[in-house]
Design a binder for this molecule. Sequence first.
Ligand code: HEM
Length: 525
Amino acid sequence: MLNAFKRTLLVAYLWVESLFDYIFGQKYNPFYYLGALTWFFFWVVSVSGIYLFLGGFDTGVTEVYDSVQWLTHDNWYLGGIMRSLHRYGSDAMVLTTVAHLLREFCMDRYHGVRWFAWFTGVPLIWLLITSGITGYWLVWDELAQYLAIASFEWLDAIGIFSEPIANNFLRDGSLTDRFFTLLIFMHIFVPLFLLFTMWVHLMRMAHAETNPPRQVALGAFGFLIVLSLVFPAVSHGPADLGKVVMNVGLDWFYLAGYPIYDMWGGEVLWIVAVGTSFALAMVPFIVPKEKYIPAVVDLPNCNGCTRCFVDCPFGAVTMQPRTDGSRYEEEAIVKENFCTGCGICVGSCPASSPFRRSEDLVTGIDLPHLRLSDLRTRMTEEAGRLSGETKVLVFGCEHGVDLKALESPEVGTVTFTCIGQMPPSFIDYAVNRLDIDGIMLTGCRSGDCYHRLGVIWTEERLTGYRDPYLRPRIERDQMRVCWAASIENPRLSREIDAFKAELQGMKASGPAVDDETAVTGATGE
Ligand code: HEM
């Protein structure tokens, strides 16, 4: 049942993302930056909030409503827009957080060391919702009145306060400036704690992306501005504790729990909220998954160069002083609990070269279940199997297109755990030693590597920005890149056919070098 839900959700995400890839290109598809976008919206909300606080908001309980009205209407071109940015930025945070949560879930990114990010994500939801609710109080309109009373009655339902807090809202005049200051303090303190927890959330991820690409950020900001101009955020009528609020328009992003409270009471809402959070927090521990097999360092082949340490997406590799008396100062060491067995460290190791003569190719750091020597053997066997005019080897990963389905007498395949496991020298070896005409590289969609950084590091290694890089003696038009998700077999097949046709044309007319498009030519943009 859960698996069926997960599968359906995954397919839905992949199709919608294909559409967005088509519109924005893989590099600027907002779906690949949902966590980073949430950070971005946090900054939008913070800056606009600071402006509102300093730019006219009055913290007195009797003055606050008018001050917000002034900001919204008289000062609409600045205060009003800032208020709307504050409101819609907060809504956008909820939207991207929920989309991010569902995405990490259906894409199976919560196991192993990722349990930590998942687990700390759950309090983020509470803090985010609390930040939003406390914000709604501050306007002190009818909605604020309803929310403040309902929220404190809900808290009172736990029964731990000697005096019901909701008593502060019993009648006109019972709400003091001091209590209102407490509400304001909560709206500042809770988001600060949210920020701290957002930082904790990323603690076990190396190179975590907290900034979306500039184009994505500008697009999102532009969207918020348009929304603010077309549908400016406004208040309800002023709060009046002498009246019972009957009808209010709810912001469903933040206030969806209130109808549950109204219909079934505080106890039921507690059960729903705590039960859902508990179930969510337990997901990494109850949804089964094969255990990751961690990478292993081979000390005699490790020269302590730190590349695996720098490239590991999960901080699973650390460096320590040499323990074997070698002339090198440091050695790599794998923290097994942090390792997801992605093999990106193998691709980064300078000893990972198929050109090395040893029969049993041993490298500085390797995956016990898919060793570099197995991959070289596989590549050699596939190359030996190929016949025909143009021989193409496809190097891909376990999470992108199923490569087996692409095999033919002219097309061989090698599947790495992650494309980042592939040392660039494999391309060199295939072309110069195994007489392969062209290499097609594939892996998860650009910006959406299952192991976070494999695609980025591979692109940087191929273009010479990152060690180990592809040697310049490789003709760049002997290589194509097509990052594609598991549902994109037809697209990758078409790219391979087009590549084969090009290689044939090149053979017929002699080599034609086009360095620029070779590496980025078919990335799906
Ligand atoms: C305020 C809300 C949140 C923010 C700002 C946020 C932000 C982020 C960011 C920036 C990343 C790193 C992306 C990367 O560089 O690969 C990330 C990863 C992650 N987040 Fe969140 N997140 C939030 C809420 C959540 C929630 C509610 C959950 C789930 C309960 C969650 C689960 C995860 C997981 C599992 C990862 C690890 C992904 C991976 O290892 O590939 N996050 N988050």
